[in-house]
Structures are given as C-alpha cells and as structure tokens.
Write a protein that binds this ligand. Structure first.
Ligand SMILES: Cc1ncc(C[n+]2csc(CCOP(=O)(O)OP(=O)(O)O)c2C)c(N)n1
Ligand SMILES: [Mg+2]
Length: 358
C-alpha cells in the first residue's frame, strides 16, 4: 500500500534568493536539462506576451494570459515521457508547444479557426479544456485505460484553484484514487478564480489537503520555482508508473496578470501583491539561478529569446494564411435532422456575413 502523506504545509523550493536562502540542485538534471527547461520557459513566455499583442491588434480573440505560470507548465511537462498524456485547461493552452504542436495551430485555436484543432493521439496532448475541471475524469479514464492495457503511460491533468470546487474534479480524483490510476492532478493555485479569491473558494487550509480524502499524497510546491515543480512532478510520475496511483500537486503562486484579455483585475486584486509577484517572476528567477550556477550566458539567453520570437512570427503568419472556414461548419454534426428552414437560414447567414466567409 502506498503511504498517504498528510499534505505538506511548507512549499517545496529548489531556487534560493541569492541571499539568505540557498540554492539547491536537483539530482539527475544535467546542464543540458537545465538549459532545455530555460528554453521551454522562454518559449512559453514569448508565446504569451506575443499573444496579448496579437489580441490587442485584433488578430486573435479573447486570450487567457498565463504570464508567470511558465515554471508550473515547463517544469511539470519536463518530468513526463513523450508517451505520457497531457490534459490542458485554457490556462495551459500553449503547453503543446513543448510537444511539437506548431504555434500556428494553437494561435488558430484562439482565432476560433478549425485549423486550431489537432488529433490528440498525434502528440498525446488532449484538446484544450474550457469548461472548468471536466477534463479531470477524462484524464483519469485515460490513465486507468492505459493501466488496464498494461502500458506504462501516465496522464497529467492541469486545472486551477477554482476547479477544485467542481464536481468533475472530485469525481475524477476519487475515481483515480479507487482505481489507482496513473494520474497526476496538477493544480495551478494562482489565488484567483477570475474575481473569487481562494479564501472564498474553500475552508480547507490548503488545496493539497483534499488529496487525503481520496487516499493519495498531496504535495505543495512553489509554483514560481521551475525546478521544485519538476522535482515534485517527477516524484508523482514515478509513483504513478510504479503502480502506486495518483498524486495531487498544488503549485502555489499569485496571478500576476488579468484572468484573460477581457478582465480588469484592478477592481478586485491586491495590486501591491501583483507588483511583488511581477518583480519575482519565474523566468527571471530561474535565469538568476542559472547565472549563479554559471550555466547561462547572455548569448544563450538571447539566442533562446530570438528563437522563440522567430517561431511566433512564423506561427502568426501561418495562422493568418489559413483560408476562412466555411460558416456551415458551425452546424456540422449539430443537427441530426435539420429543420426545413435550415437551408434558407444558412443562405441568409452567408448573405449577412458577406464576402470572405465561406
Ligand atoms: C463549468 C464552468 N463554469 C464556469 C466557467 C467560467 N469560468 C471560466 S474561468 C473560471 C475561473 C476558474 O478559475 P481557476 O480554476 O482558479 O483557474 P484559473 O483561471 O485561475 O487558471 C470560470 C468560473 C467555465 N469555464 N466552466
Ligand atoms: Mg485560479
């Protein structure tokens, strides 16, 4: 029987502050790994910052900003094998970049274009989930199915603090616990569910405490510390692969950007806290760590940024080069028996939309 640990109160950390708090090193990570993690974080940061610009230019639709969530995404994804399955929420929309999904595909998703969908089996990355927590049972089911087939695959489901109040989260977590499914439940606790603070979300002292009720370990980790996230996820993945079942990871941060491009958090958020978080953002923290270790040079940092910027330029160009989709696609598979008026309605819709759209 796996031991059920009480959720740890203290946040696990690897990266120190360059002053009183010392740096640690993660066993098994070579210099090459440290730089690969850095490239992944820079890629995600660049994707995010460019996307906000593209949104303001009217080139993509509403966009869920993940600025300062890069450590959680890159650190956890690096602990997976390519055969392991990723179930992202909208906050992790671009995590597929780390599995080779083209930037154009993800940008097309935010443009509401059908080129923004992919076959999940091509990358072992499920569709981006917008309904809160509904992908948690899917991930639990996939993980259990892989176990039944005798495959060593692990699944990871990403969701927010608010998602832990949803029925689907509890159903998925309980199912995974009962079936000892090889699942990692990765909660990005950024302190907010749009304008609802985590203090109004739960009376639990820590979200990781919820793990105990499902008979699985709960781990709390500093969500701005990419190496601590990596280490905690690796531990959870090893448990899962060894047949010991799921783990709940609570990665703690504070949302340093609006919920999405349509949100104005100044109405509810603690702006001083946001400032503090922005000063201590995760890419800069990791770069400072790598420099203290003597691993990252200015040239390498610049090369990572230039590579990511090129990828985004090519990505938006390719997304914008896609021909407009035929408007009838909206109704495809929606109506088993279209009403008699359907043909005329569609013709009217084409007329209203005018030229350019199918
Ligand atoms: C089932 C469902 N209910 C409500 C919403 C509207 N909604 C979109 S984001 C959000 C907040 C989610 O917060 P959290 O789980 O903390 O994730 P975060 O956005 O902070 O990453 C809500 C309520 C939704 N998308 N799905
Ligand atoms: Mg949240």
């Amino acid at each position: 029987m796996a031991q059920v640990l009480p959720a740890e109160r203290e946040l696990r950390r690897v990266i120190g502050d360059g002053e009183g708090t010392p740096d640690r090193e993660v066993e098994g990570l070579a210099e090459r790994d440290l730089l690969e993690l850095h490239r992944s974080m820079v890629l995600l940061r660049t994707y995010d910052e460019r996307s906000v610009v593209y949104h303001r230019q009217g080139r993509i639709g509403t966009y869920a900003i993940f600025w300062n969530h890069e450590a959680m995404q890159a650190g956890s994804a690096y602990a997976l094998d390519d055969d392991d399955w990723i179930f992202p929420s909208y906050r992790e929309s671009a995590i597929g970049l780390l599995r080779g999904i083209p930037a154009a595909t993800i940008l097309s998703w935010w443009r509401g274009h059908p080129a923004g969908w992919w076959n999940p089996a091509d990358y072992n990355v499920a569709s981006i989930c917008v309904p809160i927590a509904t992908h948690v049972p899917h991930a639990a089911g996939l993980a259990w199915g892989k176990k039944l087939r005798g495959e060593p695959t692990v699944a990871i489901a990403y969701f927010g603090d608010g998602a832990t109040s949803e029925g689907a989260f509890h159903e998925g977590a309980n199912f995974a616990g009962v079936m000892r499914a090889p699942l990692v439940l990765f909660c990005n606790n950024n302190g907010w569910a749009i304008s609802t603070p985590v203090s109004e979300q739960t009376r639990a002292e820590a979200l990781a405490d919820k793990a105990v009720g499902y008979g699985m370990p709960g781990i709390r980790v500093d969500g701005g510390d990419v190496l601590a996230v990596f280490e905690a996820t690796r531990e959870a993945v090893e448990r899962a692969r060894a047949g010991e079942g799921p783990t709940l990871i609570e990665a703690v941060s504070y949302r340093a950007a609006p919920h999405a491009t349509a949100d104005d958090p100044s109405a509810y958020i603690d702006l001083a806290r946001v400032e503090e978080e922005r000063r201590n953002e995760c890419v800069g923290r990791y770069e400072a760590y790598l420099r203290r270790l003597g691993v990252l040079s200015d040239e390498q940092a610049e090369a990572a940024r230039a590579e990511a910027a090129d990828l985004m330029r090519a990505g938006i160009a390719a997304a914008e080069a896609e021909a407009d989709a035929d408007v009838s696609l909206v109704f495809e598979h929606a109506l088993a028996e279209p009403p008699a008026s359907f043909g005329a309605d569609l013709a009217e819709l084409r007329r209203v939309l005018g030229g350019g759209v199918g």
